[in-house]
Design a protein around this ligand. Sequence first.
Ligand SMILES: NC(=O)c1ccc[n+]([C@@H]2O[C@H](COP(=O)([O-])OP(=O)(O)OC[C@H]3O[C@@H](n4cnc5c(N)ncnc54)[C@H](OP(=O)(O)O)[C@@H]3O)[C@@H](O)[C@H]2O)c1
Length: 300
Amino acid sequence: MYVILGATGNTGGVIAETLLAKQQKVRVVGRSKERLSRFTSRGAEAFEADVTDSASLAKAFAGARAVYALIPPNMASNNVRAYQDQVTESIASALQQAGVTHVVVLSSIGADKPDKTGPVVGLHILENRLAAIPNLHVLNLRAGYFMENTLPQVDVIKNFGMMAGPVNADLPLAMIATPDIAAAAAQALLELNFSGQQSRELLGQRDLTYLEVARVIGVAIGKPALAYVQLPGEQIVQAMTQMGMSKNMANLLVEMSDSLNAGYMKPLEPRTAANTTPTAFERFVQDVFLPAFKGQATTA
Ligand SMILES: NC(=O)c1ccc[n+]([C@@H]2O[C@H](COP(=O)([O-])OP(=O)(O)OC[C@H]3O[C@@H](n4cnc5c(N)ncnc54)[C@H](OP(=O)(O)O)[C@@H]3O)[C@@H](O)[C@H]2O)c1
């Protein structure tokens, strides 16, 4: 039995589908059985639990061959770091209580750093907390910058006719499509070929700057001259809070962008075949960005 947290989300959903397609037993975890029903109709067991409820998680983890764990984002929280630490503690004690031996963790580039990386500090703490659990084998998948982070640009383009954000226009970013992370996680769950505490970077198909991102998106939406403008942190915080994000989360995301811009938060490994994944940004734009731009339903 594999237990998947965040099963209705980007990575968890694809992991659950992949394992089900391989006839594996899967227990999907989320806050609503209704949202999990697309998996139960394919033979999965649904388990309703909040990740902050350690007792429920321990029950969800019971009998697991391995667990896929992540800290779900909490965009509305006024204290994101405290929320993340609460989730970490909840997951860690549940893993320990259930006697789980293998866990694959969604972490991030920059999780090696103890500070100044915004929400990624929470992943640094998660990695360290799990490393302290005796007899638990942990694989931290340190993913690059999600291509899905470009989706809020749909509204920016529609409202302002350009793209805007806090990241330097010419900063190369290891951009990855979330199904590629899911594929790596599913493979690791099936093979369980890790022991002790291991970290593995996933850097996407190639590095991309926001200038290149704007060029690819611009061509796809029929605005080949689409510009990307870097805005100061205060303006970004204002825009993000207007979109419903808490000020605390917006400030953390600006802190993370500052660390990316300064080169403090970056991959540690050189790009190799092992940390390069298949999905090109052009593919993501056709499959996910463009449908979102045209107002069609998208799961991302
Ligand atoms: N964005 C990036 O560039 C980046 C880079 C590296 C790593 N990361 C990591 O990736 C994570 C997001 O992964 P993802 O995109 O696969 O997830 P996601 O699509 O944001 O989905 C997370 C899922 O978690 C569930 N969830 C939310 N709050 C919950 C709660 N309190 N208890 C139980 N379940 C809850 C939600 O399902 P229900 O609503 O059905 O419960 C949701 O579908 C981030 O939090 C970050 O740690 C992000």
